[in-house]
Write a protein that binds this ligand. Structure first.
Ligand code: SF4
Length: 254
């Protein structure tokens, strides 16, 4: 079939109109359709609340409580919003905190009632489009980190030769006792060496090495190595200062 210019333009217009109504419009309507406000039974996680998309009536799910906090996935400490099972305390999901300027702009006023956070994540009056807060993928991943079966939750003590990669869990009491008082801590491994504890090395008057006075006092044997700011840095810095060591390093220390 031969198309002249006029036929081609007519055909192009028809194809364009069909595309708009057949795909473009349906997608648009789908995006704008009212959200379901019935908690899902067979998939996804339980919803924390129901919001009537027409009246704005808010009904909280009594099985769930929400907490607003900060993500420690990285140094940015964005605001997060954590969904927990009220009975078990299990964390169900993490999302953005609509009160936090790091999670959304514009953010909710800190004077706003907490219930506004529910609206900020829903579609009543399109509020979810204005204040919807998000976390980055890494922030979402903190849920997995929290429940990671390999996450270290207790102090580990060397249980083999140095470099052997063998460790055993010990209690916090044991860790504090050994760190503070020292002793022959590895005698069960055949190492008779006495290791000084924090108590013995807390000496701010005696030089660590009289040949190298620039090393400062014996108390400088204690070195605190920290990561990025996680809220504990200031406590650690105060401890280091009170102890008498200058060796306190954190992310960004030079
Ligand atoms: S949400 Fe992402 S950028 Fe923000 S603190 Fe968590 S990991 Fe960092």
């Amino acid at each position: 079939m031969r198309l002249d210019r006029r036929d081609f333009l007519k055909l192009s217009a028809l194809v364009g109109a069909t595309t708009l109504s057949g795909f473009g419009f349906s997608n648009f309507l789908y995006a704008q359709s009212p959200p379901t406000f019935i908690p899902m039974k067979n998939g996804g996680r339980e919803l924390e609340a129901k919001i009537d998309p027409f009246t704005g009536e808010l009904v909280l799910n009594e099985n769930i409580f929400m907490r607003h906090s900060s993500c420690l996935g990285c140094y940015s400490s964005c605001g997060n919003r954590v969904k927990l099972n009220k009975k078990t305390g299990q964390m169900l999901s993490v999302s953005g905190n609509p009160f936090s300027p790091s999670s959304t702009q514009p953010h909710l006023s800190l004077n706003s009632p907490l219930k506004d956070a529910y609206y900020a994540t829903g579609q009543y009056k399109n509020l979810g489009l204005t204040h919807r807060a998000t976390l980055c993928a890494r922030g979402q991943g903190t849920l997995e980190t929290h429940y990671d079966p390999y996450r270290i939750l207790t102090p580990l003590k060397r249980a083999g030769k140095r470099g052997s990669g063998k460790w055993k869990p010990i209690s916090w009491q044991e860790a504090v006792q050994e760190t503070v008082h020292g002793g022959a801590l590895f005698k069960e491994l055949g190492e008779s060496r006495e290791i000084e504890g924090l108590q013995q090395i807390r000496d701010t008057k005696t030089l660590l090495d009289s040949n190298q006075p620039e090393f400062g006092s014996k108390a400088n044997q204690l070195a605190l190595l920290g990561g990025r700011g996680d809220g504990r840095t200031h406590f650690a810095a105060r401890f280091a200062s009170a102890y008498g060591t200058v060796n306190m390093f954190t992310h960004g220390s030079s």
